[in-house]
Design a protein around this ligand. Structure first.
Ligand code: SAM
Length: 259
């Protein structure tokens, strides 16, 4: 199979992405570790700390989080933990939305070994992030998406939907692979990702095609500036330059505020 976007008609891409994540669902952590040399754990930790979410001491209103493409729940559990441990927040709610039922099943399973097991505060929902029919307009305080939006068929539709579901004052935050900002490093990075990654995918997970697809999806994703302007296009206020590079731009965090 060839997983290049350009060679695949739009309507087949959704199906394709489903297949990739169904086939990696059980090997999911390995995939992330291979893709990022283990650094994704640090990026996610930084992302969560940067957002610093949680009910402040003088607030009685729980926050409503939505983690899109939430897969196995890494970001969701991390955000809830941060709110609980730093702010004593035991009320805020979390919806984990993902297009892939296998990833959601894995997340629900992992949830059983967290403090949120069987809690009505957390919900796993099968949803396409481009539409999110089950999520009401102006209903969420924080929208997060980590390593998910580059898999969307229509990224702008995903951003427009993020804007729709956030309350005024709500925050959009995206952690995603991006473009390396140094030519020399980029050369090394490209060599690593195009030759070594698919090979490692084959050796470690016996799944060369999925890794090939993931590498190509990173390369085709808009660069930091372009992605920031797409966030503005969706209606968000983008503070400052709009992003923070992590590890020379191998990944980046983009922020938008719905005013
Ligand atoms: N956020 C998790 C993390 O950081 O570990 C999971 C990231 S995983 C690389 C990408 C996820 O995006 C997969 O679970 C996949 O099913 C999901 N996904 C892809 N296209 C999607 C879409 N259109 N709507 C919602 N989720 C989508």
């Amino acid at each position: 199979t060839h997983f290049g976007f350009k060679t695949v008609p739009q309507e087949q891409k959704e199906q394709l992405v489903r297949g990739v994540f169904s086939s990696v669902a059980s090997n999911y952590d390995i995939m992330n570790d291979v893709m990022s040399m283990g650094i994704h754990r640090l990026w996610k930790k930084h992302f969560i700390e940067k957002l610093d979410c949680g009910m402040r001491p003088n607030s009685s209103e729980p926050l409503h989080f939505l983690d899109v493409a939430g897969g196995t729940g890494d970001i969701a559990f991390g955000l809830l933990d941060h709110a609980r441990l730093k702010y004593g927040d035991n009320k805020s709610t979390m919806v984990v939305a993902d297009i892939n039922p296998d990833m959601l099943k894995e997340g629900a399973k992992r949830c059983l070994s967290t403090p949120y097991a069987n809690s009505p505060r957390i919900q796993f929902l099968e949803q396409n992030g481009e539409k999110m029919d089950a999520i009401e307009d102006n209903s969420k305080d924080v929208y997060t998406i980590a390593f998910g939006i580059r898999n969307f068929t229509d990224i702008q539709a995903g951003l427009n939907t993020a804007y729709r579901v956030l309350k005024p004052g709500g925050i959009f935050a995206c952690l995603e692979f991006s473009q390396v900002d140094n030519q020399m490093l980029d050369y090394i990075y490209q060599a690593y990702s195009f030759s070594l990654l698919p090979l490692m995918g084959q050796l470690i997970a016996n799944d060369r095609d999925s890794y090939q697809y993931l590498v190509e999806s990173i390369r085709k994703f808009p660069n930091q500036e372009t992605f920031a302007s797409m966030i503005r296009e969706a209606g968000f206020y983008v503070p400052g330059k709009g992003y923070e590079n992590l590890t020379f731009g191998v990944a980046a965090i983009h922020i938008g505020v719905k005013l």
